[in-house]
Design a protein around this ligand. Structure first.
Ligand SMILES: C[S@@+](CC[C@H](N)C(=O)[O-])C[C@H]1O[C@@H](n2cnc3c(N)ncnc32)[C@H](O)[C@@H]1O
Length: 251
């Protein structure tokens, strides 16, 4: 009961701060805290914001890059404009959306990729976890070739099956890969951010992140056989989202 109270109190406090600061979502503070800790984004940087709706991270990214930088965001849901950012609507895994992102970048490489992507949740936790991990792997495979040498990448992950394998698949691409839980993340959530710094493209393995991730997960679960109608197994994967009275979205 007490934990629940503390958690609600914290959430309300971040929401109030978001509203007072003009951010669209409490999640803006997660990126601000990642930035404070890791100094990922610099003035003049080109940033890709993956899963940008409703625009909290895009607002923060625009502040960080300043006049000389560029922020391109993408989300399945249309996002109200954020001054200084180009926000596209589409699926990041769709080649047409990817083409539009490349057009907006006009051949310029990215300094940083920030991804807060969360797939639609069905409530079948193991399946949700697997979809979420695969989506993150796909984001890496699309965005890594656009990232400058030395660039940074942060992405949300959900603690659960496959996380260690995904991190192992990403590790060769950066000289530093760290897990970080911003204070603004909910206590109850299993979300954690992976903060990858100093992109090392010359060390990139031949196989994609997704291929290496899937190979490792298949080994973990004992081969590629698919069980028919498996019993649902509880995992720690949890995402809760709700609209609030104050107009801010819960992210
Ligand atoms: C937690 S929200 C992002 C909140 C955002 N960072 C902010 O501060 O406003 C996660 C977003 O990921 C988006 N998303 C999920 N799957 C996607 C996909 N395949 N392509 C693009 N966006 C996706 C969802 O539509 C959702 O808006």
């Amino acid at each position: 009961m007490a934990d629940h109270w503390v958690e609600n109190h914290k959430r309300d406090s971040w929401r109030k701060q978001a509203k007072a600061s003009g951010y669209r979502a409490r999640s803006a503070f997660k990126l601000k805290q990642i930035q404070q800790r890791f100094n990922l984004v610099r003035e003049g940087d080109f940033v890709l914001d993956v899963g940008c709706h409703p625009g909290g991270w895009a607002q923060v990214a625009v502040e960080l890059v300043g006049q000389d930088g560029k922020v391109v965001g993408v989300d399945l849901q249309p996002c109200a404009p954020v001054e200084g950012a180009i926000l596209l609507t589409g699926d990041i895994t769709d080649p047409l959306t990817q083409e539009r992102i490349l057009e907006e970048l006009g051949g310029d490489p990215l300094n940083v990729i920030v991804s807060d992507i969360s797939p639609h949740i069905t409530g079948k936790w193991d399946m949700d976890q697997s979809v979420a991990m695969t989506l993150v792997a796909d984001v890496f495979d699309f965005a890594l070739p656009l990232l400058k040498k030395g660039g940074g990448f942060t992405t949300k992950l959900f603690q659960g099956i496959g996380v260690e394998e995904l991190i192992a698949a990403v590790r060769p691409h950066f000289s530093s890969v760290r897990r970080y839980s911003p204070d603004a993340s909910r206590n109850s959530s299993s979300e954690v951010y992976l903060v990858c710094r100093h992109h090392t493209p010359w060390k990139a393995p031949k196989l994609s992140v997704r291929e290496r991730y899937e190979t490792a997960v298949n080994k973990l679960v004992g081969g590629e056989e698919i069980e028919e109608d498996p019993e649902p197994v509880a995992s720690s994967f949890r995402v809760r989202r709700k609209k609030t009275d104050d107009g801010l979205e819960e992210h």
